[in-house]
Write a protein that binds this ligand. Sequence first.
Ligand SMILES: [Cu+2]
Length: 111
Amino acid sequence: MKGLNSLFLAAMMLAVPFLAQAEQMPEFHIIIKNHKFQPAEVVVPANTKVKLIVENQDATPEEFESHEMHREKIIAGNKTAKILIGPLKPGKYPFFGEFNQDTAQGMVIAE
Ligand SMILES: [Cu+2]
């Protein structure tokens, strides 16, 4: 019993930092509406993992795509997707909606 308890404790001590890290991950909300990103520019901390929460308010699907950030994710109409990015070096990282590239253009700015 004692052995199990200390094993459990050791597991908790390992798990807690990971949980804390996940909770502290900065989140940024982006809305897709009328085939545009709002906001179109998102400033995120450099050298940090961040979570983009992309809410597609259009009825049609969109694909969030970024070659620079190596991300590609289809978001169905009226659905929300979470996209983890980073840690990014300071700089500009374009993204676009592949299904509506004429209007759906955005930029992550890491600084
Ligand atoms: Cu694509």
